[in-house]
Design a protein around this ligand. Sequence first.
Ligand SMILES: CC(C)(COP(=O)(O)OP(=O)(O)OC[C@H]1O[C@@H](n2cnc3c(N)ncnc32)[C@H](O)[C@@H]1OP(=O)(O)O)[C@@H](O)C(=O)NCCC(=O)NCCS
Length: 177
Amino acid sequence: MQEVFTLKNGEELIIRQLHADDYETVMTFLSQMSQENIFTNQYPGQPKRDKEKSIQTYELPTNLFLAAFKGTGEVVGLISIMINKPGHPWTGRNASFGISMLKAYYGQGLGTYLMGKAEEWARAQGMHRIEGTVRSLNRRAINLYLKQGFEIDGVFREVALIDGQWHDEYHISKILK
Ligand SMILES: CC(C)(COP(=O)(O)OP(=O)(O)OC[C@H]1O[C@@H](n2cnc3c(N)ncnc32)[C@H](O)[C@@H]1OP(=O)(O)O)[C@@H](O)C(=O)NCCC(=O)NCCS
């Protein structure tokens, strides 16, 4: 699948699944993205580098890695969603997602679009529930998730120490009816 998504500012991005060949541009993206915000779980500037494992993860049928590419080929945004326990008799219909983009692309509608695509994929896989975590100070992401119909399940207290202050994280989920 490949689509063109037009940002609110008129820039067109290509949206498609990651392939093995995308590994280096994804690492460049993760490195920049993780230094630009305090909301990531990546080590800032040092994305985990296990090339073979990453590539396998992109291509597993129980995962979706959907990226937004500039016309020049660089990744500027990424959403991943993975079935937590594929085939498990009781918990096999839950999937976890993560989403991020470069700062220059915030507020342009890309997050809403990518979340919609992840949900569409989860529904097609027969998922019952999609879930994630978000820092309590990440208002932009929380607003996006609430707007998409997610609810807060609960609070993980004092997970992240940022500039000398502890911050909670919320566990969020959406039941796919
Ligand atoms: C969080 C993130 C995915 C949101 O994506 P986005 O493309 O910026 O969001 P959108 O433009 O689609 O806007 C979605 C909603 O977010 C909220 N939002 C957007 N800008 C906002 C701002 N400046 N302040 C508060 N809420 C804001 C609004 O509810 C908006 O909906 P609306 O446009 O209908 O009002 C993106 O900003 C990002 O990658 N941030 C850094 C990494 C990160 O925080 N990832 C999530 C970790 S849990």
